[in-house]
Write a protein that binds this ligand. Structure first.
Ligand code: PLP
Length: 377
């Protein structure tokens, strides 16, 4: 039976079948009340998200990218500010820094977790200004990324941030549902951003995101920025903001998906466990730090023979992907920073050897055995 069904990289169809009744009910309710912008489902979702993550405020918004951008706006980030982040991430993480005229300062990653290396971070922060192009920069903040679903090392990052007076913005776009020392992703820094892009662990049927914080003042500013810098009423504008709201229809979708999310996370972890046991002789399988859980946004492995293995998968009609084929410091969008190959060797080495296998909660035993079999052959 499974051999007739296409093997998906991410299977959203099976999930949809599972929640179809609740989904229809939720969507129908929005169509009936007609409050498409900031309707009751948006507020219900925000309450549930805040409780889930364990923070005071969840501010839903238009995308993960805007969820990163708006906190930077709230902190007044602009020209002359240095924001430290990883070059081994999706473009959005560093794009928002540049968009505000600030400067991304890249820091290499830990080879095991692919997350910001705290030691390299400490060095980069204390060395800022020693390079000709960075003399005018003021250190302002850090954006760690919880890559592939595993949180970065926030205790060590926070210590560095505190000693230099920097803010920390957690890029939890891939890690909603993961934990670090018993705390949930989204609650690991003073402010965090997540994404509800359809392929993320918790995804809607379009673009969406959310910002998390315990800080009341910051939350108020973020709500204002989300709505054109609104003041006390609709036509008072006290700052420059965005149209950064989440659609009510997307909130209705997310409310349905949230009902089964914990079960899905467990299923993802089961898939990852089996991959790890079956594949550790043929590729470098990912490692999760002892005090963390991953939500497995991607299951990414390393191999010197990537091309060969990708070809085998393709021949067997098994989808795969490469996250990320070129680190950000070597992208044309950041050419003005003047980086060259060799600047961040761990990121570059990962980008040359990494690839990701199908990963979703509905990956059945037979499909997983097929994938493993092809790689072991
Ligand atoms: C997906 C993603 C984003 C951006 O989210 P969108 O909702 O697509 O705007 C930001 N950072 C990381 C690490 C991501 O994976």
């Amino acid at each position: 039976m499974t051999s007739q069904k296409r093997l998906d990289f991410i299977d959203l169809k099976s999930q949809q079948q599972r929640i179809s009744a609740l989904l229809a009910e939720n969507l129908q309710r929005v169509l009936a009340h007609g409050q498409y912008i900031m309707g009751p489902e948006v507020h219900e979702l925000e309450t549930k998200l805040a409780a889930y993550v364990g923070v005071k405020h969840a501010i839903s918004c238009s995308s993960g990218t805007d969820a990163l951008l708006m906190p930077l706006m709230a902190y007044g980030v602009g020209p002359g500010d240095a924001i430290f982040t990883t070059p081994f991430t999706f473009i959005a993480t560093a794009e928002v820094i540049q968009l505000l005229g600030a400067t991304p300062v890249f820091v290499d990653i830990d080879p095991k977790t692919f997350n910001l290396d705290p030691e390299a971070l400490a060095e980069a922060v204390s060395r800022l200004g020693q390079h000709p192009g960075t003399a005018h920069l003021k250190p302002k903040g850090i954006i760690p990324v919880d890559l592939f679903g595993q949180p970065a090392d926030y205790d060590r990052i926070q210590a560095i941030a505190q000693s230099h007076g920097l803010f920390v913005l957690e890029d939890a776009a891939q890690s909603f549902g993961a934990t670090y020392k018993g705390r949930r992703a989204g609650a690991l820094a003073e402010v965090a951003a997540t994404s509800f892009f359809p392929a993320k662990p918790l995804g809607c049927y379009g673009d969406g995101g959310a910002i998390f914080t315990d800080n009341d003042d910051l939350a108020a500013v973020l709500c204002s920025i989300r709505n054109h810098g609104q003041g006390r009423h609709k036509y008072e504008n006290v700052r420059i903001g965005l149209n950064g709201r989440l659609d009510t229809l997307q909130a209705a979708v997310l409310l349905a998906k949230l009902e089964i999310f914990d079960q899905e996370v467990m299923a993802r972890q089961g898939v990852a466990r089996q991959y790890g046991q079956a594949l550790n002789t043929v590729v470098e399988t990912p490692e999760v730090a002892q005090d963390c859980t991953s939500v497995w946004a991607q299951y990414s492995v390393l191999s010197e023979h990537r091309q060969l293995l990708l070809q085998k998968l393709q021949d067997a009609q098994i989808p795969s992907a490469i996250y990320y084929p070129l680190p950000l410091h070597l992208q044309g969008a950041f050419a003005h920073l003047g980086h060259k190959p060799g600047d961040f060797p761990v990121s570059e080495s990962a980008s040359q050897r990494i690839f990701s296998l199908p990963m979703h909660p509905y990956l059945g035993q037979a499909d997983q055995e097929k994938i493993v079999g092809v790689l072991l052959k």
